[in-house]
Design a protein around this ligand. Sequence first.
Ligand code: SER
Length: 584
Amino acid sequence: MHSDKIRKKFLSFFKERDHKIVESSSLIPEDGSVLFTTAGMQQFKPFYVKGDSPYGKRACSSQKSFRTSDIEEVGDQDHLTFFEMLGNFSFGDYFKKESIKWAREFLIDELNFDEEKLVYTYFEGNDEIPEDETAKNILLDSGIKEDRIYSLGRDENFWGPTGTEGPCGPTVEIHYVLKEEGCGPGCDPSCDCDKFIEIWNLVFNQFYMDSSGNLEPLKHQGIDTGMGLERLAMIVQKKPHVFETDLFVPLKEKINELIEGEASQRSKRIIADHVKGSVFLISEGVRPSNTDRGYILRRLLRRAMRHSKLLELPGNSLEKIAEEVFNIYDGIYLKKDDRPQVFSVIKEERGKFEKALDKGLKEFEKMVEENFLDGKKAFHLYSTYGFPLEMIKELCEERDIEFTEEGFEKAKKEHKEASRKGVEEKFGGLSEDPENEELKLHTATHLLHESLRKVLGSHVKQEGSDINPERLRFDFSHPKPMTEEEIRKVEELVNEKIEENLEKKVEEMPYDEAIEKGALTFFEKKKYPDPVKVYSFLNSEGNPFSKELCGGPHVENTGHLGRFEIKKEKSSSKGVRRIKAVLK
Ligand code: SER
């Protein structure tokens, strides 16, 4: 059964039971406290508290999800970053009995699972919360034999909340028996010996946990279930692991075609998972950067690049594999029209890292002669060649080289302290921290100024500027409101320049010379000291994108700014427009 059919079957099964089919929400959640959507219930979180929702009291979905918790495990049989979660939800409506009944019906009657291969776990209770006897009795009353029911603790059978507070509760998990032999007499579904694989998590939301960890009973009890489509497809399609299902086979085949021979399974899986994850993140607007979501994407792409280098794949292989991701999900979550944009982001990141990867790997070989990589050297790979920490750890693991993360963190801290001191010295005792938001926004203001001139024309001139830790405000001469298209172009250009990692250069020179060299000014000549300071931001060829007379201070390079977003564009006074923008 094709995965598309499984997905449809699930949704229509619950539709027949009066659930509203709700579209997957974005991978970038509205809840700012989490980086990515990690579960189907995330978009429904408020409805468990209110007991009501715009979709009625029952919903079901197939949700795009992205988890970073297992990123380092990717490469084994069943860990993934991007996956789909099938779920049914009740907001103050049905509860444990129906959710267990329907889960069994779906697996056994709809998908023809062998009943004998299913085992169940429920919450055994602890000092705070009693054993979930209701769930246990429902399982027994359904005719499940006692030896297929296990009680487990809080780690296994209590779920939530997501973020710092929210609905949560005991669970019943349904596991599938992959092989009859376990690892010994105490083997149960919490064991990772591969006897069992968890397929469906039924969460009984009956508590609300506040930000201090206190539990209160929820007024409206609810249901939140989650079942990974990839694992389900693996069992239905009788495959030994998720990478053999139709959700991955086209990627694997493309990789095989590019290699022309046998190669490490692990590398192939890492490439397949990471390219898929990258395609989804890029198509949702994430761009590689050195912070937050952008850094996760960068890590995925850089790790995929290293593994494709290990397999000696040709240069543009990641884009070719990405094309297959579009083929799998076209019309489901992805649109083929987005391909050129996604491919160009991948290509650009390849362009940035390819040479550094080669040089860094050579450097690594020299560093590890003694089977030990010290923290300072590891930090050098990170800061000079852009190797993510996880890549350094992975390299060391593969080669059985000793490496301690503490040493790396210490070197990182020392480096930060040294650059902070450097900034202090340069700016006469001002204690600016290079991570300071105002400093970043100041640099972003320069990039914005130049981008406005590039997009709107050279009549644009700074008329005013104000920065606080949350946002920048920039007034400039321009006779009419900017169009949506112009705003988007300016944003894109600023972000492009952030990504290019432009380096700061400060020079002192006479005012007239600065003007001759094309530096932008704000005040009239007499208000500037002479000589003046000129701040430029240079690309890797040493060409300036922006050049302005300014007192500073600024960040050392633009790569750390994050993502630039224009929040507002409006009139400030006649012939002067005002932009408010943030860095995310
Ligand atoms: N929220 C639960 C999970 O993510 C069930 O959907 O496992």
